[in-house]
Design a protein. Structure first.
Length: 496
């Protein structure tokens, strides 16, 4: 970063093989946030080979779990120490508010602590085969060399969901952050080195996915690819991986419904529902894979609810994430703002009713950044691409229903299935609806929360595999059944 080497391969820091660099832009004002090394495919292949070599020598996988757990705890301690520095980098790189970056860092710390605890207590499973001379047990072993590819919306958070269980399991890995937002991952890799991660266990390359993708994925040296990003890239990675029958886990975003029933009841219930719908979609300017971008609301309350939402949305303070007064920051890049603007134009042309937003902020102070106003489209339906496609921006669409079954049908009528929210004061209805929704996470009378101990991932085109929780560790492990006969006899099948 800024002259220091940024690629970490086989335990050494180095510049890109061809000396290339990339300018990282601060989306809050278009300024240069940092200049970083841009890896070549050759660098990426070196990183994979380094990870392979270290995995194959067996020493890391053979490290006692107590030592690996202690290492994860040391990483967590250093994350606490460097919380502010990492948060500032994350905000400068992504544009998200500093308050959000600090929450990210706390969450990352808890992910490392969680996997330190989980790996320390994970036990082999004994299987009773009904024969006292047979010891049958199922053990867990590291899956091998992992390629971990993260996106730009939660750069270090998404990466930590992969790195922590991979380290806990005893894997080696190549880490590739998004080329748009590599800064926190570079700093984090230095932190891993300081914590004592052995050379070659974690290798870092950054650069364009299109350029490095094949070197990282089209190879038999890799055992597992964990990817978070867009559907198109996920599909490409899965296709390339299939050539080598490489295991793949994909988290590919969502188009997440938030179902609001008329029985939300009291004034407090109403205010809480408005507040959660608002936060669920406009936090981080909608650049959240689980953002509640589709409000699906009971017809009888829709007009009043949308009016309240629009009034609140218009008051959201959009601004530089470094300014404590800002409630949400810019979009991650000019290019991404262009995509969001094209979706707004599409929504208008498709006949949706623009209720608020639909423009850049007029404040001249924000003119140099990639800002966009919270935007609501009412009177939407499933024929509109604005309702079916992930815009990944601050855009809420509103659809209306008249009964519970229609609400469920609309909530499930998506190619994705990452997350959904339900608001009702009727507990029975709440339980019925959450069970009927085909999404990886469903919040009932809440929205957006997660914990390191519970699985995260999607149904449908939101991907496959799970992160976090025990399953998030199992992804990085192979199971092996060991059948040990302590009193061998003849097999006795062939008589000759
Ligand atoms: O993501 P990409 P993009 C969605 C969101 C967004 C869209 C596209 O809708 O508008 O995806 O975003 C690396 N082989 N999400 O284009 O390309 C790339 O370098 C290997 C949802 O920015 O999927 C980066 O590190 N890697 C999402 C990572 O893939 C490749 C979060 C993600 O980039 C590659 C972000 C290749 N061929 C966007 N091509 C979520 N699930 O939360 C690219 N990459």
């Amino acid at each position: 970063m800024n002259g220091e080497p940024d690629l970490y391969i086989g335990g050494s820091w180095r510049h890109a093989g061809d000396g290339a660099t990339r300018d990282i832009i601060n989306p809050a004002d278009g300024s240069l946030a940092a200049r970083v090394d841009e890896a070549t495919p050759h660098d990426a292949r070196d990183a994979v080979t380094a990870a392979r070599r270290v995995f194959d020598d067996g020493s890391w996988a053979a490290t006692p779990v107590a030592e690996r757990a202690a290492l994860l705890d040391r990483v967590a301690d250093l994350l606490v120490r460097d919380r502010e520095e990492l948060s500032l980098l994350e905000t400068r790189d992504t544009g998200k508010t500093l308050a959000e970056s600090r929450i990210d860092m706390d969450d990352i710390t808890s992910v490392f602590r969680y996997y330190a605890r989980l790996i320390a207590v994970q036990a082999d499973r004994l299987v009773d085969v009904g024969d006292p001379s047979i010891i049958s047990r199922v053990v867990r072993e590291p899956v091998g060399v992992c390629v971990l590819i993260a996106p730009w919306n939660y750069p270090l958070l998404q990466m930590s969901w992969k790195v922590a269980p991979a380290l806990a399991a005893g894997c080696t890995m190549v880490v590739k952050p998004s080329e748009v937002t590599p800064l926190s991952t570079i700093a984090f890799t230095r932190l891993l080195e300081e914590a004592g991660v052995p050379a070659g266990v974690v290798n870092l390359v950054q650069g364009s996915g299109a350029t490095l993708g094949n070197a990282l994925t089209d190879t038999a040296e890799v055992d597992f690819i964990s990817f978070t990003g867009g559907v198109a890239t996920g599909r490409t990675i899965a296709q390339v991986a299939a050539k080598h029958v490489t295991k793949v886990a994909l988290e590919l975003g969502g188009k997440n419904p938030h179902l609001v029933f008329a029985d939300i009841g009291t004034a407090a219930g109403w205010d809480s529902a408005v507040d959660h719908v608002l936060t669920g979609v406009f936090l981080h300017s909608g650049q959240v894979c689980s953002a509640g971008t589709r409000l699906i609301i009971e017809e009888s309350i829709a007009d009043d609810f949308v009016a309240d939402l629009a009034a609140r949305a218009a008051k959201i303070r959009v601004g530089d994430g470094m300014d404590p007064a800002s409630e949400t920051g810019p979009l991650v890049s000019e290019q991404h703002r262009g995509k969001v603007e094209s979706y707004v134009a599409l929504g208008i042309s498709e006949g949706a009713t623009l209720v608020c937003g639909g423009a850049r902020p007029s404040d001249p102070v924000l003119a140099k950044g990639s800002y966009y106003l919270p935007t609501i489209f009412d009177r939407c339906d499933r024929s509109m691409r604005i309702v079916t496609e992930e815009t990944f921006g601050p855009i809420l669409t509103v659809e209306r229903f008249t009964d519970e079954s229609e609400a469920i049908r609309l909530g499930n009528d998506t190619q994705y299935g990452l997350a959904a929210g339900v608001r009702t004061s009727d507990a029975g209805r709440g339980e019925r609806v959450v069970r009927a929704l085909r999404h990886g996470t469903v919040w009932l009378n809440d929205f957006g929360y997660y914990t390191a101990a519970a699985e995260w991932g999607g149904f449908g085109k939101s991907g496959n595999g799970r992160e976090l929780g025990p399953t998030g560790l199992a992804e990085y492990q192979e199971t092996k059944h060991i059948w040990h006969n302590v009193a061998p006899q003849k097999a006795g099948w062939f008589k000759g």
